[in-house]
Design a protein around this ligand. Structure first.
Ligand code: C5P
Length: 217
């Protein structure tokens, strides 16, 4: 089998990471969650009191930032941040950091370096910027209401006290920020397949993408 690259981009809550992880396992390729990398950088810069508009401080902080990818997790400067990067606070601040060239340049290089054995990567600019040569590019979307509903259920299941309208508002805000930024905005890549998962469960989406992917292997 060939070591191919599959990219899955789309707005918040479309189910990208669940599906990308399942597709990777199904077709035997590594999985790369690039949202987690942006979240880890936001966590680090926020912790050091560096604001998104402090370009020089960002460059300096990232030069000594030690980000380690682990199967199913992430270590930042030696600490396991897998849970710490999935908080409402990080949700709120991550996009402002992700809009910065200093941040994107650092993470784009790191992402490309993971692709030697092929991979399934999910994010916002996988098909447009990081892996434009990917064999298969998917743009996975769903209605904002459905995406907010999924987030709501996830959070409730974790025992968090959440408000649906608040989640819907945040999801819409984060998407619009990601779609309108100057560098690597969220948009369907040329040649991508657009999948609307509003009426599909994760299993059905996984089946659809995996069967497209094996055609290239
Ligand atoms: O996918 P996830 O919701 O974890 O992504 C968090 C944020 O990281 C996104 O809202 C976006 O601002 C940023 N991101 C990005 N490019 C990627 C992946 C994530 O800008 N490839």
């Amino acid at each position: 089998t060939k070591k191919i690259i599959v990219t899955i981009d789309g707005p918040a809550g479309a189910g990208k990471s669940t599906v990308a992880r399942a597709v990777a396992e199904r077709i035997g390729l590594p999985y790369l969650d690039t949202g987690a990398l942006y979240r880890a950088v936001a966590w680090k810069l926020n912790k050091e009191g560096i604001a998104p508009d402090e370009g020089e401080r960002i460059t300096k902080a990232l030069a000594s930032f030690n980000l380690e990818l682990r199967p199913g997790g992430l270590c930042a400067d030696g600490a396991d941040v897998t849970a710490a990067i999935r908080t409402p606070e990080i949700d709120r601040i991550v996009s402002a950091y992700a809009a910065r060239a200093e941040v994107r340049d650092a993470l784009t290089g790191l992402q490309r370096a993971q692709a030697a054995n092929g991979l399934v990567a999910d994010g916002r600019d996988m098909g447009t910027v990081v892996f434009p040569e990917a064999e298969l590019k998917i743009f996975l979307t769903a209605s904002a209401e459905e995406r907010a509903r999924r987030r709501y259920r996830e959070r409730r299941a974790r025992g968090e006290d959440v408000d649906y309208d608040e989640i819907l508002k945040q999801v819409v805000e984060r998407d619009s920020y990601d779609m309108t930024r100057e560098i690597a905005p969220l948009r369907p890549a040329p040649g991508c397949i657009i999948l609307d998962s509003s009426d599909m469960d994760a299993e059905a989406v996984t089946d659809a993408i995996a069967s497209l992917a094996v055609e290239f292997m």
